[in-house]
Design a protein. Structure first.
Length: 586
């Protein structure tokens, strides 16, 4: 028996190795699923079917041969293909669609440099917590690592930036992988996901066979082995490719506050005399409608400071929306609610919070929820959950309770004092050019009530954030925590497609304009009219303001004034600062 056991064990190991090899080569799968070698279908059709089932209306792209089947298939199914002049713009546009529509934004770019061009935009989406699907082409499955055109290790680039990364190896993987990626993009803390599509997973069998099949089989045993391997690889690639699969959306997992946590917060707020709410971008995320959040905040009556995508949440002239003197308000507050707001550089890492204040922090991401809490601040209640639904629960639990009116009134009085000072600066005479504050006040008065503001710049946009007032929820788009320049063209494109009836205003600095000025061609081709306001101070002013007094040089900070004496006036002009003019593309 001992000998039989030894023999059995010695046979068991190679048998397992053979089964594993058969599995990896797809031999077991091919026993039950055949490759339809005569079918004209291609992998791009599978991608398009899933996107349509998920209510994706736009795919942003800069075309390339690696991804052409995806684009063609999407167009056939009624998904609009919007091509841009730079891959980063395609991702920025998808980001804007995600923020404004509540669905996943989608971009598709070609392999190699097409994908590397998107890295900044993907990182921006990650830090802004935007649900985004990036699809990228790649060299064929058998040619990766062999020096094929535009073949690089793309997965290593995107794994640090994305919640989920996958490389398609067979066509049958496309549907389940895309479904999974779309669900992950929206679950928990939303963010970007990436799928790599090798070119042989997207084209029809006859073309892939022509390109990658064996044309002149080598002779000899080794030649036969190589030929078999290549033919099996091709067959496995298409085995079961066109079998019916479920393309419907998978469940999205969103964390919520517990009843006990909500009750504790109700007790804290009900006893507060000077509560303050700091609302961040995360409060605008689905599934809670932004209008419901606005009503909840109005019922609470607590003074609110709005940041990121939450700007405009309370409309233009809300008595509880406080725009100025945030640091002073936080010094006085006895309860501070951080609803999706993070204690990073924007809150001086938490140092602006009064140590005597009770702090309620709500965030879907545990890391963001407790950022810097070990150094500069401590939460009284820390809730890993959705900020929007929490605000609704808090308002319901405090029904009938109202914040003491004198508190928001005193903060509003401080607002008026600061804004009157800004208006006084706006009417000051300038030696030569337009007063930028005056220009921004004029634009704010001219904007239609349904306007969307896209912020892309430094010094000029910093002033705009204090002067221009979004008229409602989801009507302000800025980069977010990454502070990226160059978002203007893509954000405006995505915004105009989502809200074609609304005016879209881009507020540019003259430095940031250079990143996306080519997209005015895109606006024209796709009939998406936008208005651009450019602050032309001929300088990278935010840098120069510190560089010159500290280091004594303005090197690399200077740009140029573009006045009417050098640039002929186009027939239609946006309101502009310092005489730079961009045409209204309509």
């Amino acid at each position: 028996m001992d000998y039989l056991g030894v023999i059995g064990y010695s046979l068991f190991i190679p048998l397992c190795a053979l089964l594993f090899a058969a599995y990896k080569l797809g031999l077991l799968y091919q026993l039950f699923h055949k490759a339809e070698t005569k079918s004209p279908r291609h992998g791009g059709e599978s991608v398009a079917e899933v996107l349509r089932a998920h209510n994706v209306k736009y795919v942003f792209t800069l075309v390339g041969g690696h991804i052409s089947p995806i684009l063609v298939a999407c167009e056939k199914l009624g998904i609009r293909i919007v091509d841009t002049r730079h891959e980063a713009t395609a991702v920025f546009a998808a980001d804007a669609v995600a923020r404004l529509s509540g669905t996943v934004g989608v971009a598709a770019v070609t392999a190699g440099p097409g994908l590397t061009n998107t890295v900044t935009a993907v990182k921006n989406a990650q830090m802004a917590e935007s649900p985004l699907l990036l699809m990228g082409g790649a060299a064929g499955t058998l040619l990766q690592g062999r020096g094929a055109l535009q073949d690089i290790d793309q997965m290593s680039l995107f794994k640090p930036l994305c919640k989920f990364c996958a490389s398609i190896r067979t066509i049958r993987e496309i549907v389940p992988t895309v479904r999974k990626a779309l669900a992950i993009a929206q679950s928990g803390t939303p963010g970007p996901v990436f799928i790599e599509f090798p070119i042989d997973t997207l084209y029809p069998f006859h073309l892939v066979s022509k390109e990658f099949g064996v044309k002149n089989p080598p002779k000899g045993l080794m030649g036969k082995v190589v030929t078999w391997y290549l033919e099996n690889h091709l067959t496995n690639l298409f085995a079961g490719a066109w079998e019916t699969r479920d393309v419907s959306p998978l469940p999205v997992d969103i964390p919520h506050a517990t009843d006990d946590q909500v009750q504790k917060c109700i007790e804290l707020v009900s006893r507060a005399k000077k509560p303050v709410i700091l609302l961040g971008s995360q409060a605008t995320l689905p599934p809670t409608p932004v209008e419901d959040i606005r009503k909840a905040l109005e019922l609470l009556g607590i003074p609110c400071f709005l940041g990121g995508m939450s700007r405009g949440m309370l409309g233009k002239d809300s008595p509880i929306h406080i725009r100025q003197n945030r640091r002073d308000a936080l010094k006085e507050a006895d309860v501070v609610l951080l609803a999706g707001t993070v204690c990073d550089f924007r809150l001086s890492y938490g140092r602006v919070l009064n140590r005597r204040s009770k702090v309620i922090a709500v965030n879907r991401d545990k890391t963001q929820l407790l950022k810097n809490s070990d150094m500069f601040w401590k939460p009284t209640v820390a809730i890993q959950g959705d900020a929007g639904s929490f605000l609704l629960q808090l308002s319901k639990g405090l029904k009938g309770h109202k914040c003491p009116e004198e508190w928001p009134q005193s903060l509003k009085a401080g607002d008026e004092t600061k804004e009157n000072a800004n208006r006084a600066k706006a009417v000051e005479k300038t030696d030569r050019h337009l007063n930028p504050l005056k220009v921004l006040h004029c634009v704010d008065e001219l904007m239609a009530e349904d306007s969307i503001i896209v912020a892309d710049g430094g010094d000029f946009v910093g002033s705009a954030a204090y002067i221009m007032r979004p008229r409602g929820p989801l009507r302000w788009l800025d980069p977010g925590a990454f502070g990226t320049l160059g978002v203007g063209g893509g954000f405006a494109l995505g915004a105009k497609l989502c809200r074609p009836e609304s005016e879209v205003w881009i507020v540019y600095g003259d430095g940031s304009l250079g990143y996306s000025v080519a997209e005015f061609d895109t606006f024209t081709r796709h009939k998406t009219p936008v208005i651009a306001v450019v602050g032309n101070d001929a300088c990278w002013s935010q840098i120069s303001r510190e560089q010159v007094p500290i280091l004594g040089s303005n090197v690399a900070c200077g740009l140029a004034f573009l006045g009417s004496s050098k640039v002929p006036h186009p027939p239609h002009n946006a309101v502009v600062n310092n005489q730079i003019r961009l045409p209204y593309c309509g």
